[in-house]
Design a protein around this ligand. Structure first.
Ligand code: ZN
Ligand code: ZN
Length: 343
């Protein structure tokens, strides 16, 4: 089969690879679409150490089942499917509590951090276990289905946030996940979402996708503008979708007393927390990692267009052009959001 192989850090090439072997519980999937994730970009240059070459990256994918293992009953050859990027064991303490994203034996497709190597979906074929696979309806295109992993991250984060009907939410960061979080907050009952970002173009998209107020992060006192919109109190909930000190502090300062902050972004390993403000204003802080069990709901939300992903897709390109696209994303070319590769 043809695959886009990370031969060494910074060097991707289209090459011939053996078709993946499948075990009794696995499916062989003919890949129809696979998104380039931010983590693939940071894996490509070796900065995270989680994509040790040689490796086929890619974990945001959809396709068609073309072979099934001996123990597979729920899927047939020809089924249109997507799959979770996390391969969980189903047996550990956390899996048995339903927190599969926290699995002790978690592996990620298209990742090789040293302890394991799991080839991903930047290839004609990928092998995936049946327990992380979900059927998709005909109404959902393969390109949109490749966005489900990102959608599930947003839906999981909003699901962990106790939103009440009529709440006002602040979302700091209007990148791809932020734009999905805005849509999920509206569905969860927030009557008003205030989007904050540095980039004008992203804020325009935030407005199109449901944010009522869009604020440039460089404005002198963003939290006081938020208070102006909320009878002087501040927002009920805030979502931090960047992951650095200024974004965290903006999110915290925009909250009312007793407000709730959910942390999704994790760009910096450490941030400075205004401890006294958190304690004396009784702020609740919640971290959110990947997703656990939200896939069926997200497939439904996308198929019914309750969450829109079209405006987030910058390009759909042949897999053979993948190396060039990953380099463009790596250079930080402006106005690029999700790029989807088609083998
Ligand atoms: Zn991803
Ligand atoms: Zn587990």
């Amino acid at each position: 089969m043809k695959a886009l192989l990370l031969r060494e850090y910074g060097k991707l090439e289209m090459t011939e690879m053996p078709e993946p072997q499948i075990g009794p519980d696995d499916l062989l999937v003919q890949v129809k679409a696979c998104g380039i994730c931010g983590s693939d970009i940071h894996g490509f240059d070796g900065s995270t150490g989680r994509r040790i070459p040689p490796l086929i990256m890619g974990h945001e994918a959809s396709g068609v089942v073309c072979k099934t293992g001996a123990e597979v009953r729920e899927f047939r050859v020809g089924d249109r499917i997507t799959f979770d990027s996390t391969i969980y064991c189903g047996k550990c303490y956390f899996c048995r509590r339903g927190e599969v994203n926290l699995c002790d034996h978690r592996q990620v497709l298209g990742v090789s951090p040293g302890e394991y190597r799991r080839h991903g979906a930047f290839a004609d074929y990928v092998a995936v276990p049946q327990h992380i696979t979900y059927p998709i309806p005909d109404a959902l295109s393969f390109e949109h289905a490749a966005m489900i992993e990102a959608v599930s991250v947003a839906v999981h984060a909003v699901g962990l946030t106790p939103v009440k009907l009529g709440d006002t939410a602040v979302v700091v960061g209007s990148g791809m996940i932020g734009l999905l979080v805005i849509q999920a907050l509206r569905l969860a009952g927030c009557s008003r979402v205030i989007a904050i970002d540095l980039e004008e173009k992203r804020l325009r998209l935030a407005g199109e996708l449901g944010a009522e107020v869009c604020l440039g992060a460089s404005k002198p006192d963003v939290p006081s503008i938020v208070r102006d919109y909320t009878s002087g109190r501040g927002a009920d909930v805030a979502m931090e979708v960047v992951g650095n000190t200024p974004a965290l502090q903006t999110a915290l300062a925009s909250l009312r007393k007793g407000g709730i902050l959910t942390l999704v972004g994790n760009l910096s390993p450490k941030v400075e927390l205004p401890l006294q403000s958190v304690v004396t204003r009784q702020i609740r802080i919640q971290g959110s990692c990947a997703s656990s069990g939200e896939y069926p709901a997200c497939i439904d939300l996308l198929a019914r267009k309750a969450i829109r992903v079209d405006p987030l897709i910058s390009a759909v390109a042949p897999l053979a052009e993948g190396a060039a696209w990953i380099q463009r994303l790596h250079r930080g070319e402006p106005n690029l959001m999700k790029v989807i590769l088609v083998p």
